[in-house]
Design a protein around this ligand. Structure first.
Ligand code: FEO
Length: 401
């Protein structure tokens, strides 16, 4: 077995998780170029033992074998379910069968979900609320309400004697490299990608959780995906910024183009924005990685959507991107829409209808017939300058506040 098969991360606390390097898709939507981890933790007190979260279905026996290296799995007293999603709850039925006397500890909403998903009966479930504790003897598990991060039942577990926070998905990253944060050079970018995919739609709840955590002494953050944080301040500060909707002087540009007309329009605005000193992240939707796109939406002040009209509406890839922008609730303040059509327009209206009411100001929308003429490009350059100037005003306004 790998020497990191089971890792002691603090006195009486062990990582017993799984690295799933072969997984390539999450939620049938999000690419996992590096796979992911299902971190589970065993906490051994001098009187009782608790397993914090479990692993994805298919790894039940591997989890049991790992626990066996530390203790007899049948003697577990508690299985803590911070989150019911099957990547962390999938081995609950197996572990509850192995540990016949164990109780499942979860939030009130989690208790209902545990019955629905994992058939855990009520008499084997302990529902906890904010501040409730469970004693393991010389160790205490304290529970923190953290709903909608990113399901209704989510909660965090805090171990005060070791100053460890177990926040499940919160602070996670879908990578299998490294074990501690200092072993992964691009960890903040990876965590930003994860935040964009999973937490950004619930930024308000994320901000509340960050504020609550500021009151705790935390030496280790042990999430359920990706590396464990020893530099807890760095990720707490990043989450504070992201959940607060702090943006950079940056535009995310997403487009699809059938005959390069929309692409020419998009390139013209991208060059204009760059010449105005704005950072751009540009994605052709035929090959874009949804996770990368989500990462850039986390801190972009503006979004440019480019898509042609096809079959009377927006190109399906443009529709998907528009829907994603709506669903992920990025903090962007401004948007621009660019489109080309062959014989009748419709894409811009379709995009605007799909976006629906939004806090984003549509600074401009330009549609052209066929390839853009020099005059069209001049209009797009002007629109780019207007967008840049609105972004500058916003930044100066924000800085003055
Ligand atoms: Fe990692 Fe929401 O499950």
């Amino acid at each position: 077995m790998d020497k990191r098969d089971v890792v002691g991360i603090s006195h009486g606390v062990f990582w017993v998780g799984i690295k799933d390097r072969d997984r390539r898709l999450f939620d049938a939507l999000i690419p996992l170029p590096e796979g992911t981890t299902y971190n589970a933790y065993l906490v051994v007190g001098d009187k009782k033992r608790a397993l914090i979260d479990t692993v994805n279905p298919g790894f039940e026996k591997a989890l049991e074998e790992k626990i066996k290296q530390i203790t007899d799995p049948s003697e577990l007293d508690y299985v803590i379910m911070n989150h019911a999603e099957p990547d962390h709850g999938g081995a609950i039925p197996h572990m509850m069968a192995v540990a016949e006397n164990a109780k499942l500890v979860t939030s009130k909403v989690g208790a209902r979900m545990a019955q629905t998903y994992y058939k855990v009966p009520e008499n084997r479930t302990i529902a906890v609320a904010e501040g409730d504790t469970i004693s393991l003897g010389d160790k205490t598990l304290r529970f923190i309400d953290a709903p909608m991060l990113h399901w209704p039942e989510t909660m965090f577990t805090y171990l005060p004697e070791n100053k460890i926070l177990f926040p499940c998905d919160f602070f996670g990253s879908h990578i299998t490299r490294g074990f501690y944060d200092n072993e992964v050079d691009d960890l903040v970018a990876q965590a930003q990608r994860y935040f964009g995919e999973i937490m950004m739609p619930y930024s308000n709840m994320a901000q509340k959780a960050v504020q609550k955590l500021k009151a705790l002494e935390i030496d280790l953050i042990a999430p359920s995906h990706g590396p464990i944080y020893r530099n807890t301040q760095r990720i707490l500060e990043a989450y504070d910024r992201w959940s607060n909707g702090e943006t950079k002087h940056k535009a995310t540009i997403v487009y699809v183009s059938m005959w390069k007309s929309t692409e020419k329009m998009v390139n013209a605005i991208a060059e204009t924005l760059a010449s105005e000193g704005i950072e751009t992240a540009q994605y052709n939707l035929t090959s874009a990685d949804t996770g990368d796109l989500a990462r850039d939406l986390v801190d972009s002040m503006a979004i440019v959507l480019g898509a042609p009209t096809v079959l009377g509406g927006v190109h399906p890839l443009g529709l998907q991107a528009t829907y994603l922008v709506k669903a992920l609730h990025p903090p962007a303040r401004f948007a621009v829409i660019l489109s080309s059509y062959g014989w009748a327009g419709g894409a811009i209206k379709h995009i605007q209808e799909t976006l629906g009411p939004s806090k984003m100001e549509i600074v401009g929308a330009i549609q052209v017939n066929g390839p853009p003429s020099e005059k069209d490009i001049a209009r797009i350059v002007e629109l780019g300058k207007t967008l840049a100037s609105r972004m500058k005003e916003e930044r100066e306004g924000t800085l003055e506040k």
